[in-house]
Design a protein around this ligand. Structure first.
Ligand code: NAP
Length: 264
């Protein structure tokens, strides 16, 4: 695959690192205006760093756009005349809908939208994908790329906002839960470093149990809640104080907000 990442900033470079580690390209172009800031990537074989987006587009088939929403329209405008039927456009740009892309580059282009999260930096991103009608024929390419950087699923575009809340904002929600259990562990007598380790690893273990067994969370909860025991005592106290309810309400508030932002 001849890939270009247009906008090699935080996300673009995380994707680039994943592609480099997995040796997942024939050639890789990385662009940004201050190309000198990422010049060291040229040390990798088959990687070209440039500030010339047109050159990157001309020499690549898969174009991954990882620029800020305010920069995207101008960049699509800049490169649109270089697009041919070989190009697959994969956008990571938050909130920039497919019809808006089609209005600039045309409906006949293969267009895919992706919503990764920051865990892409460690190859553990939950990435949601959708495409225009034409792009359905090439969405497997995007799946192959993002499956090397975590896990991906295909969803309809009208669920992209909800996916942003659950997966992108979701990273912050889970971080706060890890912090809260760390604080609890410190109160039980662990020093901060050990408390943090216990909390993180238990979180990872819980998620891994579900991923590997395919079981429902309540099945795993049943295994650790002895009747009249300490786990059910703690769990019920958390629920009396609104644990599940506050998480669901927080998710709804986030969703309401993202819809307000997208209307602005
Ligand atoms: N970070 C995440 O985890 C995440 C997750 C999901 C979606 N997203 C979305 O991904 C996009 C990128 O996010 P980010 O955090 O990676 O932003 P970022 O760090 O600001 O990266 C954007 C990059 O685009 C480059 N750029 C700007 N204008 C350009 C141009 N004309 N040609 C080529 N490159 C140009 C900038 O470098 P120069 O200034 O040197 O040009 C910068 O390095 C955003 O739309 C964001 O909403 C991010």
């Amino acid at each position: 695959m001849k890939i270009a990442i247009i906008g090699a900033g935080n996300l673009g470079l995380s994707i680039a690192k994943g592609l480099i580690v997995n040796n997942a390209f024939t050639t890789l172009y990385l662009t940004r205006r201050k190309a000198e800031d990422i010049a060291d990537y040229e040390e990798y074989s088959k990687v070209t760093v440039t500030s010339d987006n047109l050159k990157a587009v001309q020499n690549s088939d898969i174009l991954i756009f990882a620029v800020q929403p305010t920069q995207f329209e101008r960049i699509l405008d800049e490169i649109k005349d270089e697009l041919t039927e070989k190009h697959v456009l994969i956008s990571t740009v938050t909130g920039f809908k497919i019809p808006r892309m089609e209005a600039i580059v045309g409906e006949e282009q293969f267009i895919i939208r992706s919503m990764p999260n920051t865990a892409i930096a460690v190859g553990k991103s939950m990435t949601c994908l959708c495409s225009n009608e034409k792009g359905q024929k090439r969405i497997a390419i995007a799946e192959a790329i993002f499956n090397r950087l975590g896990t991906s699923i295909i969803i309809p575009e009208n669920k992209m906002q909800a996916a942003t809340v659950i997966c992108a904002s979701g990273i912050a929600f889970w971080m706060r839960l890890i912090r809260a259990t760390t604080q609890g562990a410190v109160q039980l007598g662990f020093d901060a470093k050990d408390a943090h380790e216990l909390s993180m690893q238990t979180c990872l273990g819980a998620a891994s149990l579900l991923i590997e067994s395919g079981k429902h969370p309540e099945e795993e909860i049943d295994k650790v809640t002895t009747p009249r025991g300490c786990t059910i005592e703690g769990l019920n106290e958390m629920e009396h104080n609104g644990l599940s309810s506050s998480l669901i309400k927080g998710i709804q508030a986030s969703f309401k907000k993202i819809n307000t932002i997208s209307e602005q």
